[in-house]
Design a protein around this ligand. Structure first.
Ligand code: NAP
Length: 309
């Protein structure tokens, strides 16, 4: 723990994949003198202590946030209201609260009513993760080179915003500021709808009577396997994402459905030009993502040859 740590007491509510990764990174990069957590699950609290990612673990969020200068919520989106209410008695003026939730308008709606005067809330979203859950799944390098989006309101104090920016930058994140509504729209098309498509295609394949489950697994190298990785993501987290970013997801799905219908028509009428033009345009986007350092150009996502089915 560095003498120049930004925060004296960091309280993390929810010590799962993201919460424990923040705890590990804060320790590794000397961003907090003391790190404590609160979690509903006694097993997760015990594991976080055993792994040494926190100094203390509490069942009651109010005990964790007492005396904290930074509180970070890393819980499912559906739990913000209850946790806000539970931690409020432990909060004091001057505390900075942030979070890592995947939707940003709903967290303002659910948390703000519970916060006492003088407490600042600056929502955040590290665009980094894996399909795994729980404290053992976390790692300090998760945020390196990834975007972290902060969605401050006009009331956010400039010094607190700067401290939070520096906190994420110390983990190697590229920090960007954005309006909460815009965030939810961008993430709907880049993350939420792709997850819904993955859940849907894996579900459809599983339901097909004419194709046995062993065939689905055996021939999964043909694109399907990459969908199964996404469709293995945490069911609680993703249920809450769709329920809390309803408007933007439904709008993007409407556009997606219209475009899919156009493709369906092109296939039916042997319109190869339309298919070829779209597939060429999408290839350019893939190249742009690789050039931006968001993905590797290695064949088959850099998998080992031995791993290929
Ligand atoms: P996770 O591994 O399941 O961790 C969540 C933790 O919070 C679990 O330990 C859970 O306990 C605990 N918890 C649930 N309800 C609680 C409550 N009411 N009070 C206290 N603790 C509670 O999930 P995660 O992947 O870290 O996700 C956490 C947040 O990060 C979500 O809001 C998600 O949208 C966001 N996020 C996730 C990713 C990703 O890829 N996973 C990426 C960016 C942002 P139980 O296990 O007992 O439920």
């Amino acid at each position: 723990m560095g003498a120049d740590a930004l925060f004296k007491r960091l309280a993390i509510i929810g010590i799962g994949l993201i919460g424990s990764s923040v705890a590990r990174a804060a320790r590794q990069f000397g961003q907090a003198e003391r790190i404590v957590c609160a979690d509903l699950s006694p097993e997760n609290r015990a594991e976080a202590l055993r792994l040494g990612v926190v100094d203390e673990a509490f069942a009651d969020p109010a005990d964790a946030v007492r005396g904290a200068d930074l509180v970070l919520l890393s819980i499912p989106l559906g739990a913000y209201g209850a946790v806000g209410q539970a931690m409020a008695p432990g909060l004091t003026a001057g505390t900075l609260i942030t979070d890592v939730g995947s939707c940003k308008q709903s967290v303002l709606r659910d948390l703000a009513p519970h916060l006492p005067p003088g407490v600042s809330f600056i929502p955040g979203h590290p665009v980094a993760g894996t399909e795994h859950s729980g404290p053992a799944a976390g790692f300090a390098e998760l945020f390196r080179g990834r975007w972290c989006i902060l969605t401050p309101t006009d009331e956010a104090p400039a010094d607190k915003l700067e401290s939070l920016r520096a906190f994420w930058a110390a983990f190697g994140s590229k920090v960007e500021m954005m309006d909460a509504r815009h965030h939810d729209m961008v993430l709907a098309i880049t993350s939420h709808v792709p997850h819904l498509i993955a859940y849907n295609i894996v579900g459809t394949a599983d339901d097909l009577q004419a194709v046995t489950q062993s065939e689905v697994i055996k021939y999964s190298a043909g694109g399907f396997r990459d969908f199964t990785r996404i469709a293995a993501s945490d069911p609680t987290m993703w249920r809450d994402v769709f329920l809390n970013n309803k408007e933007a997801v439904l709008e993007m799905l409407q556009r997606f459905t219209e475009d899919l219908t156009a493709l369906q028509r092109a296939i039916r009428w042997d319109d190869g030009d339309t298919l070829f033009k779209l597939f060429s345009r999408t290839r350019t986007i893939r190249r742009a993502i690789i050039d931006a350092g968001q993905e590797t150009a290695a064949p088959d996502f850099g998998r080992d040859k031995a791993d290929k089915a």
